[in-house]
Design a protein around this ligand. Structure first.
Ligand SMILES: *Cc1c(COP(=O)(O)O)cnc(C)c1O
Length: 273
């Protein structure tokens, strides 16, 4: 791992990020009413310096360090994971391609893949995570370093838009969840949706978003069909609509631009500043 001491953190930028994440956390707490809602800070196309600024303890700010970060591009995630401390919990939330499953599964602190939408991709992640875990256990490294099973959200295309990935509600979602649940190196954590942008914009605490209604129904269907006792979690809600999502029972929100500001184009993005 690169010495984090080499990475520059601009104090003005760090203070701005801290104040933004604090404000988002307060808004989450206000609607969450004591429920535990995970905040994934979506850092795609933002430099590793920004992530490090939030992951470092800042006792004077009165907030806990942030460890859950979401990324959309497999290579960018891999590069940032190399640069940044191992205690970060990475979430892959972008469009998942079969060709990326091997590299992703071998990132030791990849905590969750939130965009599993086909059986093939689930099988690839399971196989490569399994290989990675056995490589650790057969070597002499200390047990604390052994990577864990990969948490999985099955992505559901609740809006039915051709441009969105995700499996169709109903039997497709149920059967993919069953396969993930039975995979030895994966852990079925819950369901994820992005939903239609128009519905996001119209979402308020009072105006229920249809995509969130559908995701909840799918969660209940999967729990019934698979006979689950522990409830599956719901990952829904982004900058535009996270408060409405929490009001509807979301367990995880993925917030990017409200914390980090507008994103550069992919061509202009830098891994490190
Ligand atoms: C980019 C992205 C987000 C964050 O979006 P913001 O509107 O910037 O909060 C959340 N979820 C997914 C799947 C994303 O791709």
């Amino acid at each position: 791992m690169t010495d984090v001491g080499e990475m520059k953190i601009d104090p003005t930028r760090a203070a701005a990020l801290t104040s933004q994440i604090k404000s988002v956390s307060e808004r989450i707490a206000a609607v969450g009413k004591g429920r535990n809602v995970r905040l994934v800070a979506v850092s795609k196309l933002k430099p590793a310096n920004d992530i490090l600024a939030l992951a470092q303890p800042q006792p004077e700010s009165g907030i806990e360090p942030q460890f859950h970060f979401g990324e959309n591009y497999a290579q960018e995630l891999a590069q940032k994971a190399e640069l940044l401390p191992r205690n970060i919990r990475w979430h892959f939330i972008g469009g998942l391609q079969s060709g990326h499953c091997k590299n992703l599964a071998k990132i030791p602190n990849l905590w969750c893949v939130s965009s599993v939408d086909t059986l093939k991709k689930a099988q690839l992640l399971d196989r490569y995570r399994g290989e990675f875990i056995s490589a650790f256990t057969s070597s002499s490294s200390s047990s604390s370093e052994v990577p864990e099973k990969l948490n999985i959200h099955v992505q559901v295309n609740t809006s039915g838009e051709a441009s969105k990935s995700g499996c169709a509600p109903g039997s497709e979602t149920v059967e993919l969840c069953r396969a993930v649940k039975d995979a030895p190196n994966l852990h079925l954590l819950g369901l994820m949706t992005i939903g239609a942008i128009a519905r996001s914009v119209a979402t308020t605490a009072e105006n229920e978003n249809e995509d969130f209604v559908t995701l909840k129904e799918q969660r209940d269907l999967v729990a019934k069909e698979l006979g689950l006792v522990d409830n599956l979690e719901l990952s829904m809600g982004m900058s535009e609509d996270f408060e409405g999502a929490i009001a509807m029972g979301s367990d995880e929100v993925r917030v990017g631009s409200t914390i980090f500001g507008t994103r550069p184009s992919k061509a202009d993005a830098k891994i490190q500043e």
